[in-house]
Design a protein around this ligand. Sequence first.
Ligand code: NDP
Length: 328
Amino acid sequence: MPTFKAIVIEKSDGGQKVRLTDFDEANLMEGDVTVRVEWSTVNYKDGLALTGKAPVVRRFPMIAGIDLAGTVESSSHPQWRPGDRIILNGWGLGETHLGGYAEKARVKGDWLVRLPARNSARGAMAIGTAGYTAMLAVMALERHGVTPRHGPVIVTGAAGGLGSIAVALLANLGFAVHASTGRPAEADYLRELGAREIIERKELTGDPRPLGKERWAGGIDSVGSTTLANVLSMTRYGGAVAACGLAGGMDLPATVAPFILRGVSLIGIDSVMCPLERRREAWKRLASDLDAGKLAAVTREIDLSGVMEAGRQILEGGVRGRIVVKIA
Ligand code: NDP
């Protein structure tokens, strides 16, 4: 039986082991579409899975990688034919279903989104789950009526993957973006993406007051914990904040004051089980609203042998922007 290269996580009594190895095609899981994977990416959740720092992986052995882009090799799904170019984000990939750090994947056709004509597979993975989630967050703010004329918006964890793409998208849509970062050395990088002001991370990590000075019409948060609580307390009357991440912690030490006294909305963003219609819309919007030059500027490339190290770096907050993984 043929094999292909993959990053496999195994678990034993001694703990978790991760290696780049040959994987037997016979051990691929069930699915109606087989994909030749060309590109993947490294997200925060990939870091959690690769290091075992959180129980992301729920089946062993597991091929890691929550994202993939490539070409359909064979299909019994009515919508997909050999040669079709596709993207897959989430749906349990790399968690419960063998994932994207592999030359081959067998998946459900219902999970796939067609690669927009304007995107390459590499470009789609430069966006990846982090960027597609940033787009879901922007769309959520729009649904809540947050527009550039309502005032500035804040992005937290701004120099990270989700944050960088959120800054670029919001700036392109005409918002005055305030970028919060713990890395002052990245101020120029964030300004080039379109940030008007840089907010020091520590301004948002102190003990939150129930209500603070009204500063932002909206926000996209990838940090959680005291950062999100502070952002909520400083959101203007009627504003909305999209909660996407937990890079600073899973807790939320907030009060109900912003909700009941200022009509602020807290919107939850989930990319993994997000319905297909909204995914398609997000990918369509990304093809038109994300500046290709800015995307290229936030992206660096590695191959499968660099994935473990990148997974460690991302958990330490040491990755700027996005990383694409060349598979084929
Ligand atoms: P990155 O590591 O690229 O970005 C996270 C950023 O958060 C860092 O770059 C850093 O930004 C900031 N940060 C890190 N640690 C801390 C800390 N202790 N306190 C405050 N800020 C911190 O990760 P991603 O962009 O891939 O993901 C961001 C978050 O969003 C993660 O929690 C991830 O799990 C979540 N996520 C959720 C999704 C969903 O479906 N809801 C989908 C995708 C991601 P800086 O240096 O600028 O301060």
